[in-house]
Design a protein around this ligand. Structure first.
Ligand code: DGI
Ligand code: FE
Ligand code: FE
Ligand code: FE
Length: 187
């Protein structure tokens, strides 16, 4: 699928602000894919569709998590986590994207997971550091991302966990698992 066709599809599902964010993630993911030798076209498509389900009604997402036998622990955690796995499903179903690497990058873009693929790391990180993001620590991660992909992902996960803890928010197991995997199995 061509970039412009994909963008035209996703635009209808997003607010203007979220579409701007998506363009930032797309540019950043393409740049990271070039830097780290990933498939640039796959990185571009995964980035374009990563937040496809962001504005689906909570009830619809909840029902899909149950019907499609996704991780039901998701329902005990913040609904912000739901758009990633639900997005992977709907991008396959509604847009017709079947590439499992692209779908996985969408599925894991919010929490990460242990043993992330190169493409998954790129989309996770691009979502965190795209030019529109402004929060404490993001410039550090931008700097690390230029040379050390795993370190940048680890720092982004760590910051996310600190952020959640500072707000007394629960941390989803996959988020902690991602942190542990990078600490224990990183180079
Ligand atoms: O969809 P975006 O806003 O572009 O970004 P995202 O999909 O990475 O994250 C959405 C939100 O999910 C963000 O505010 C942080 C939150 N989040 C990430 N990991 C966890 C989490 N929330 C909880 N409760 N637990 C997590 O492990
Ligand atoms: Fe997201
Ligand atoms: Fe993210
Ligand atoms: Fe996003």
């Amino acid at each position: 699928m061509e970039r412009n066709d994909a963008l035209q599809i996703v635009k209808k599902h997003l607010t203007d602000k979220r579409y701007e964010h998506t363009l930032g993630v797309m540019e950043t993911a393409v740049h990271l894919a070039e830097t780290y030798g990933a498939d640039v076209k796959k990185a571009e498509l995964a980035a374009i569709f990563h937040d496809y389900a962001k504005f689906r009604p909570k009830e619809e997402m909840k029902q899909l998590i149950i019907d499609e036998q996704m991780d039901e622990r998701l329902l005990q955690f913040h609904h912000e986590l739901w758009h990633a796995p639900v997005g992977a499903l709907l991008v396959q179903r509604e847009v017709g994207i079947t590439d499992e690497e692209i779908l996985a990058a969408i599925r894991w873009h919010t929490t990460g997971r242990p043993k992330m693929t190169l493409l998954e790391k790129i989309v996770y990180l691009a979502d965190y550091i795209e030019p529109g993001r402004r929060f404490p620590g993001v410039d550090d991660v931008r700097g690390i991302a230029a040379h050390h992909l795993d370190d940048a992902v680890l720092t982004a996960v760590k910051n996310t966990i600190f952020f959640l803890m500072s707000k007394r928010q629960p941390v989803f197991p996959a988020t902690m698992d991602t942190y542990n995997d990078l600490i224990q199995n990183g180079e």
